[in-house]
Design a protein around this ligand. Sequence first.
Ligand SMILES: Nc1ncnc2c1ncn2[C@@H]1O[C@H](COP(=O)(O)OP(=O)(O)OP(=O)(O)O)[C@@H](O)[C@H]1O
Ligand SMILES: [Mg+2]
Length: 325
Amino acid sequence: MIGFSRSQEHKAMFEGHFGFRETPFSVTPDPRFFFSHPLYLEGLAALVHGIESKTGFMLVTGEMGTGKTILLRKLMCHMDARVHFVFVSDSHLTPYGLTQLMVQNLGLNNKEKTRFEMIQDLNSYLIHQLRIGHTVALLIDEAQKLSDEALEGLCDLSNLETDEEKLLQIVLVGQPELITKLNKSSLRRIKERIAIHHHLYSFQTTSEVDHYIRHRLQIVGYDGPEIFTKNGIEAIWHYSGGTPRLINTLCDTALAMACVAARKKVSPYMLMRAAGGLLSEQGAEAAKKDGCLGSWITQDESSALDDPSKALGNKRYRNKIERSA
Ligand SMILES: Nc1ncnc2c1ncn2[C@@H]1O[C@H](COP(=O)(O)OP(=O)(O)OP(=O)(O)O)[C@@H](O)[C@H]1O
Ligand SMILES: [Mg+2]
């Protein structure tokens, strides 16, 4: 198996070979690449509505790599300048640290202040923002990693309110363990206040995967002949389970293989090899448990893959593809 690192090397290689303006399948949650699938648009609309109507607490959940962070980044560039965002993605924060970070991000003085004093300053700041028609939203990414103590501390911030509305909008974003966490009796106070919950699922069909891939290629300015064949898209769907991050990793590696092989198309064979690399990175056992990542590549099959013509001739592979059609 050739080891491909996802790096600047890919960028130069892709630009030269396919004529891309930049790497189409980077794993960075760059909002310029935001794919407006209804699932994401609904999530975006729910958060915009929650923030505009000053709901208070909102929750976004989704398995690893389903697009939670890119959704937050999109939200931040989507709303107008009257909404001030504080983006937090630090799992080690204490209640004090979290308040300090908020105050600092909003440009308030946090030197030698107690938490109580900082919350008072924050309250005055938020009331002023309300008067001038502005809104402040705290976005907490990877919230499943926050300590119970830090999560409990959020209640003090969410208590800042007028008679009519919450002064601070708080969006909690995390993997499904976050829900388990919020079910604890000490955190019930938060759970009960959540007015909006959006869950992000992986893509369910090959057509969604196809559109996602085409979209990313279009963003990097590609309008040449088809790079991923129908069989290839089906293979990507099977190997990735429809999870965007895995799709990106597979496509990125397979495109690099196509460049090295001086081919303009990515074959299912290349995708198999890319999935094999992903498997060894992630640990074969974990991937088999998920049941999505190429649990059907055996030693025999990988050696047969040295000959691309055998890849599609492979009975197990063909059956898998046919079953999905
Ligand atoms: N709607 C989308 N449009 C474009 N790209 C997406 C979309 N959703 C996910 N991706 C891509 O998939 C990858 C993973 O997305 P992201 O980092 O947002 O996932 P996540 O849910 O935050 O993962 P984790 O749970 O590990 O934090 C990124 O490269 C991102 O660009
Ligand atoms: Mg994330």
